[in-house]
Design a protein around this ligand. Structure first.
Ligand code: MG
Length: 157
């Protein structure tokens, strides 16, 4: 038995805030505007995992009006989603994330991000795909968006 989940998130840039992508601190002059650390990749991935097992979404579980999530590391949201996936009897087969934005370039940093996701998720890095796409003039907003799809399978008894 398989389940598929899809997640999306986007945040605009904020000057002087650290940029965190996939739980990795990126050397870049701008961060992402958000109540939490603004980790657009972990937010999309968390939502993909939650929706794959029919749980409420990240905004319902961790409301941005709730002071306890102010500047929270998004790995907390991911950990909670993973626990829900496991409790429902599923494990990750693979995941595929596409980051959209003109900067920073994803190719030079994706190895580090995949390595960190591999640790956070407890899966081999060969099961994780990250790629970057530039906007090509499509959208005027200055920031980063992320699409993420995840495939789960029922854990063997
Ligand atoms: Mg978000």
């Amino acid at each position: 038995m398989f389940r598929i989940g899809f997640g999306f998130d986007s945040h605009s840039f904020e000057e002087g805030k650290p940029l965190v992508l996939g739980g990795v601190l990126i050397d870049f002059p701008k961060g992402l505007k958000a109540h939490s650390d603004g980790d657009v990749l972990l937010h999309a991935l968390t939502d993909a995992l939650l929706s794959a097992v029919g749980e409420e979404d990240i905004g319902q579980l961790f409301p941005d009006k709730d002071p306890q999530w102010k500047s929270a590391p998004s790995s907390l949201f991911l950990k909670s989603a993973l626990e829900r996936v496991s409790k429902k009897g599923y494990e990750i087969i693979n995941l595929d994330c596409t980051l959209i934005g003109d900067e920073p370039k994803i190719a030079p940093i994706k190895g580090k991000i995949i390595q960190n996701l591999s640790l956070l998720l407890g899966i081999d890095r060969t099961r994780i795909s990250i790629k970057g796409k530039t906007r090509e003039g499509f959208c005027q907003a200055e920031g980063i968006a992320c699409f993420c799809v995840v495939l789960l399978q029922e854990k063997k008894a």
